[in-house]
Design a protein around this ligand. Structure first.
Ligand SMILES: NC(=O)C[C@H](N)C(=O)O
Length: 314
């Protein structure tokens, strides 16, 4: 019988309402698996990594989750791994694992939009599906996957786009449309990201450079811009970006827009074309949260801006 290891990390899938009415992680992994019910023909083992709402995870905890996945795959008898995780930052943790995931065995992230004690709880069905995907040889060799609300997609490009929709995620490649394309693993070796600082700074009408300057002063080695439109900022923010680049900080341009590529299409002093001319890198497809994970992982691994730009430029 194929064996699947479930790594529980918290999130809404494990949450119940406390006396104040707020949902907080409460259920251990064993409870989640029991509630999901037996998946015929699959032997499930559970490990609790943490019980944290994913909005509150630290970078050290992201490193721990990544290490727990590696550890689980250390057993050659394991067919695949499921990670139960909050949806708020699912796109970040799953991409971190994906960046170093060379093993063909599936690593499948899942979670829930409704807490475990809600009448509409979607966690049990999502977990049962994720376990089946992790054990299914058809999903081997596709990198880290998200299984959620009946859909399986790759995690590069993933973003949570709705706070309430049963399927909140978009941006990955649906596995059904992959046609055997193997994902690109970025790093051969993971270096812990816990001690690296990368900040996200938003652009908006009237934005000045104060927050970029503050990030540099706080020791940021990288800054991700959540630009407007296809990656544009204000003139004042672009001037601060030039100062940051002069100080040796890697600056990546992403966008606050949900879909479409970032492009060096506009000038005028603060446009993406001006930022690229100054030495900033474009994150063509990854939204700010995932672009930040790439920066963290590559800076931690000692990878230079040329490779960071090559990965983010695809
Ligand atoms: N649906 C969820 O899981 C949201 C929750 N705040 C979390 O990310 O842990």
């Amino acid at each position: 019988m194929p064996e699947v290891i479930v790594l529980a990390t918290g999130g809404t899938i494990a949450s119940r309402h406390d006396d104040s009415g707020a949902a907080v992680p409460a259920d251990a992994g064993a409870t989640l698996v029991r509630t999901a019910g037996a998946v015929p023909g699959i032997d499930v083992t559970v490990r609790d990594v943490t019980a944290t709402d994913s909005s509150a995870l630290t970078l050290d905890q992201l490193d721990e989750i990544r290490a727990a996945v590696t550890d689980a795959l250390g057993d050659p008898d394991v067919a695949g791994v499921v990670v139960t995780h909050g949806t708020d930052t699912m796109e970040e943790t799953s991409l971190l694992v994906d960046l170093t995931h060379a093993d063909p065995r599936p690593v499948v992230f899942t979670g829930a939009q409704h807490p475990a004690d809600s009448p509409a709880a979607d966690g049990p069905a999502n977990l049962a599906e994720a376990i089946a995907v992790a054990a299914d040889p058809a999903y081997r060799g596709l990198g880290v996957l998200l299984s959620f609300a009946g859909q399986v997609q790759t995690v590069r490009g993933l973003a949570k786009l709705s706070t309430v929709a049963p399927q909140p995620f978009a941006g990955g490649l649906p596995v059904a449309e992959l046609e055997g394309t193997a994902p690109h693993r970025l790093l051969t070796k993971h270096a812990p990201i816990g001690d690296v600082r990368v900040d996200v700074v938003a652009s908006y009408p009237g934005a000045d450079g104060a927050l970029v300057d503050a990030a540099v002063a706080a020791g940021a080695r990288g800054i991700v811009l959540a630009g407007t439109g296809s990656g544009n900022t204000t003139v004042a923010l672009a001037e601060a970006v030039r100062r940051a680049l002069d100080a040796g900080v890697v600056v990546v341009v992403s966008t606050r827009i949900a879909s479409g590529p970032v492009d060096a299409a506009y000038g005028g002093g603060g446009g993406a074309a001006d930022l690229v001319a100054a030495g900033a890198l474009l994150s063509r497809r990854l939204r700010p949260g995932q672009a930040r994970i790439v920066l963290l992982a590559l800076l931690a691994a000692g990878v230079g801006p040329r490779w960071i730009g090559a990965y983010l430029g695809r």
